[in-house]
Every structure is written in C-alpha cells, then in structure tokens.
Design a protein around this ligand. Structure first.
Ligand SMILES: Nc1nc2c(ncn2[C@@H]2O[C@H](COP(=O)(O)OP(=O)(O)OP(=O)(O)O)[C@@H](O)[C@H]2O)c(=O)[nH]1
Length: 294
C-alpha cells in the first residue's frame, strides 16, 4: 500500500514550505519520501522533487502561446495534466514500491471546490495506483484574527472537503504568527474546534460594517455547523513537535498507522477510537506557546 498527502491551500498558505519541512521530518523518522510538484508556478523549489509538472508543461509557455493570465494559464495546465495523466502515472510507478508521496498542488483554491480536473486526477490515481492519500488543507492562522476572514476560511475548508472526498485534515498554518495581525477574541480552542459560531456572530455584530450582512453571516455559520465537519489542527513548520503531532493525525487518517498491525478487528478499533493526544497538547499547549497571556 502506498501512503501520502495531497497538500493544498490558498496562495501563500505555506504549501511548498510544508512539503519541504514535512519531507525532511519524514526522512528523519525513516521514511523514503518523494515530493511531486504539480504547481507549474513553483519556480524556485526548496526541495528536490521526484516528479515535476514543469517537465510536462510550462506555465510561461502556456501564457505566451494562448494569451492567458496566470490563473487562466494554471487552469489550462491542470486540464493538460488531466488529459496526460498517463505521464504522471508512469512517473509515479517506480516510486510505488517503497516511497511515501507528497503532492504539492497549486494555490488556486477554485481548483479544489469548483473545477473537476484536480479531483478527477486524484480519484484516478487513488483507484488505479491503490494510493492512500490524505488531503492536508493549509489555511493561514492569522485569518482567525478577523471574524469575517475566519468564516471565509471555514467555508473554503468545508467546500474543499465536500468536493475532494478524501480523508481530510484542515491545518492552521504559521501558528507561530497567529497574533501578528491582532489579538484573538477567544481561546485558540474556539477556532480549532469550530463548536459554537454564535459567539463569533455576536462578536461580528459589534462591527458596524457587518450589520448589513448579519443575516447572511448567520446563515453561512448555520451551514458550517449543520455539516459539523470542519475543525483544524495547528502547525508551525519550524517546530518538530508541531510537525510530529500533525504526522500522527495524518497517519491515522490515511491508515498508515494500521498498515503494520497484524491484529484482530478489536486491536484495530482500539487504535482507531483512541484519541491521539490529550486535549491539553492539542490546543492549550499551543496557545501557551504562541499567544500572549493577558
Ligand atoms: N513563520 C512561519 N512562516 C511560514 C510557515 N510556513 C510557511 N511560511 C512562510 O510563508 C511564506 C509562503 O510560503 P510558501 O511555502 O511559499 O506558500 P505556498 O502556499 O507554497 O505559496 P504559493 O506557491 O504562492 O501558493 C514563505 O515566506 C514561508 O517562509 C510557518 O509555519 N511559520
């Protein structure tokens, strides 16, 4: 069985840095890792990649040849990749024996909740190559400082989860910078666990600019709460403890931790049902480390 991660998230959320940091971490704990760069706009890669979309198609050529802007060019590249998925399969086949795969995708979020190319490609790879992949969706942690931006991040995370239909982990990336753009109105746990958004609506109501959108915000929050699917892990890519905690979560979601167990159904279910960390380590310890205590 081949395990791996599909790394996605808005531009600048830290995907490429993540692939670099995560591959170094996984190599240190003894895994053979292959990073697959599927972002044609990634020009200065900090990691050594096993497969690079640039070898198939170049964004600059597409933009020049078809008079497209960067976004249109990128959608074209993804379309081209889907049509040439055999190329990607043939590049991946030699890696399937013993590698853990990290797919670095472009930051255009519409590719993951609107267009079907990325989803079709992932589904085909999962089925044909028998991959066990988890979508790791990075969202910049500083969005929590602004209730409106936080609601957008929740909606984006929910739509991406519903569209991709993969085991999915949403991550507040750059948690070390969480209070850089202002103080949070609530404890970190409120933002990671997404349990009661009515508090957030009350907080938003204090802003005179948002009174006009009160009903819309309420309806959007209701949709997020009704699905009850979105929550967040946290990540500071420079901190090995933080990366290690995330790896545990990902390993559980894509089944990596079960791969070597030769046990009964009871053994499996014990591991599946057990929490990975005390709640303290999941949020309170992170809050103590990165947020100022008043
Ligand atoms: N402080 C801090 N900075 C980070 C972290 N992760 C990423 N960054 C920084 O965030 C910036 C953007 O990171 P990238 O890895 O280029 O983000 P990306 O999502 O690949 O960006 P696009 O390719 O444009 O979609 C870089 O300056 C990184 O150094 C983190 O955990 N902490």
């Amino acid at each position: 069985m081949v395990f791996g991660q599909v790394v996605i998230g808005p531009p600048g959320s830290g995907k490429t840095t993540y692939c670099n940091g995560m591959s170094q971490f996984l190599k240190l704990i003894g895994r053979k890792v292959a990073v697959i760069n599927l972002d044609p706009a990634n020009d200065a890669l900090p990691y050594e990649c096993a497969v690079n979309i640039e070898d198939l198609i170049k964004l600059s050529d597409v933009m020049a040849e078809h008079s497209l802007g960067p976004n249109g060019g990128l959608v074209y590249c993804m379309d081209f990749l889907e049509k040439n998925i055999d190329w990607l399969e043939s590049k991946l086949k030699p890696l399937l024996e013993d590698h853990y795969l990290l797919f670095d995708f472009p930051g255009q979020v519409e590719l993951f909740f609107l267009h079907s190319n990325a989803k079709n490609m992932i589904t085909r790879l999962v089925k044909k190559l028998d991959l066990r992949l988890t979508a790791v969706h990075l969202v910049d942690a500083h969005l929590c400082c602004d209730p409106g931006k936080y609601v957008s991040a929740l909606l984006l995370s929910l739509s991406t989860m519903l569209h991709l239909e993969l085991p999915h982990i949403n991550v507040l990336s750059k948690i070390d910078l969480i209070e850089k753009y202002g103080k949070l109105a609530f404890n970190l746990e409120f933002y990671t666990d997404v349990q009661d958004l009515s508090y957030l609506q009350r907080h938003l109501d204090q802003d005179p600019r948002s009174t006009k959108y009160r009903k819309l915000t309420k309806e959007l929050c209701d949709v997020i709460e009704d699905f009850g699917l979105v929550n967040f892990a946290t990540l500071d890519i420079q901190d090995k403890e933080s990366v290690g905690n995330l790896v545990k979560l990902i390993d559980k979601s894509n089944g990596y931790i079960f791969a070597s167990i030769q046990g009964s159904v009871v053994d499996f279910s014990k591991i599946a049902a057990a929490p990975l960390n005390w709640d303290y380590y999941r949020t309170a310890a992170v809050q103590e480390k990165y947020m100022k205590d008043d």
